[in-house]
Design a protein around this ligand. Structure first.
Ligand code: P1T
Length: 379
């Protein structure tokens, strides 16, 4: 089945009681048992809910996995994955990643005795250099947030195999439309469904997808024991969003390309970050592991002054200044003070994230209006 057909059909069945083509919102916390244990597979909605089950199946199908698990946010999905580790275990992570992931690693889990190393994973040698007998996991985010670095997922999986490590791929920026990390050897795919997967800026949710029964069982145990599960209304919204994932992503990619090229040719722009440029450090890997280059573009103005960046952010009309990304509407952000404020300034600068960087989530509006907005704001 091709991707667009999968986005609409895979993993979902008409409702068995009514034939409803769209999965109903099973707004119930519990399920009647005729006698203790005599039920239809549903006991309590933290553990299982039919609307969530359909979404989990759809996600597993899209990522070419066998099991999907939904969480009440992307961060709750990160939390569940790291809870598979024990004190003394070590994780090697990319040094450019979502600020919230950096924060939960360093401010929450480091207190429980789990150690995190942050390095430029664009060069696989940096990963090998950090592996020791306590290393258990490689945390790969690709493309990275917000610098759009590309990490070779298969290369990471090859290293992981040698040392018996788990590879986690945060696939939030790419979505399975652009890349399927399980096919490249990753063990666990993680999503903030809040972004492209939901696609309409109306829901906060996360997911984990695997193709291994043992990993699925461990994660389901954590999902149920810790209880960060989403409600059925939110699951319905993501199920609805998934049906147009391929259409939206196609337009996000087209618009992203035009915005990146426009900015690159603009006399007031110093640098544009977008993996589709031939001169991007890992463009060849991006071409190999991704179908296209996505709708995220970051840039720095000439002079690299924060006050100039703030002026541009304030002048935008269609690029709305807001946290988040991946919705149909274009957004702009200032990572240094917003999404990545929890990363210490020195660490940010070391990873190449300057104080004046602007991040764009290019939406699916008409490109002429978006380019005109960039022109009037940058001036
Ligand atoms: O916001 P939440 O659904 O909890 O997902 C966290 C998360 C995880 N991974 C990546 C790559 C992310 O970008 C995010 C959330 N990011 C933003 C809110 C943002 O504006 O970058």
């Amino acid at each position: 089945m091709k991707f667009g057909t999968k986005a609409i059909h895979a993993g979902v069945e008409p409702d068995p009681t009514t034939g409803a083509i769209m999965t109903p919102i099973y707004q119930t916390s519990t399920y009647v048992q005729r006698s203790p244990g005599d039920h239809k597979g549903y006991e309590y909605s933290r553990t299982h809910n039919p609307t969530r089950t359909q979404l989990q199946n759809a996600l597993a199908a899209l990522e070419n996995g066998t099991h999907g698990l939904c969480f009440s946010s992307g961060m709750a999905a990160v939390d569940a994955i790291i809870k598979m580790l024990k004190p003394g275990d070590e994780v090697i992570s990319t040094n450019d990643l979502y600020g919230g992931s950096y924060r939960i690693f360093t401010k929450v889990f480091q207190n429980y005795g789990i150690k995190f190393h942050f390095t430029d994973m664009g060069d696989l040698k940096n990963i090998e250099a950090l592996v020791n007998e306590n290393t258990k996991m490689l945390w790969v985010e690709t493309p990275t947030n917000p610098l759009l670095n590309i990490i070779d997922i298969k290369g990471c999986a090859d290293i992981a195999k040698k040392h018996n490590l788990l590879v986690v791929a945060d696939n939030t920026f790419a979505t399975p439309y652009l890349q399927t990390p399980l096919d490249l050897g990753a063990d666990i795919v993680m999503h903030s469904l809040t972004k492209y997967m939901g696609g309409h800026s109306d829901v906060v949710m996360g997911a984990v997808i695997v193709n291994d029964d043992d990993l699925a069982q461990q994660l389901a145990f954590i999902q149920n024991s810790c209880g960060a599960t989403p409600g059925p209304q939110d699951c319905f919204l993501v199920l609805r969003g998934l049906k147009t994932l391929h259409l939206r992503m196609e337009r996000h990619c087209q618009n992203g390309r035009q915005v990146a090229e426009f900015l690159k040719n603009h006399p007031k722009i110093e640098k544009v970050y977008w993996p589709g440029f031939a001169e991007h450090a890992n463009h060849e890997i991006a071409k190999k592991q991704m179908r296209d280059f996505g709708g995220m573009v970051s840039f720095v103005l000439k002079g690299d002054k924060v006050e100039d960046a703030v002026r541009v952010l304030e002048k935008f009309e269609f690029f709305t200044l807001a946290e988040s990304l991946g919705g149909v509407e274009s957004l702009c952000g200032h990572p240094a003070s917003m999404t990545h404020a929890s990363i210490p300034r020195e660490e940010r600068l070391k990873a190449g994230l300057s104080d004046s960087l602007i991040r764009l989530s290019v939406g699916v509006e008409d490109i002429e209006d978006l380019l005109a907005d960039l022109e009037q704001a940058i001036g």
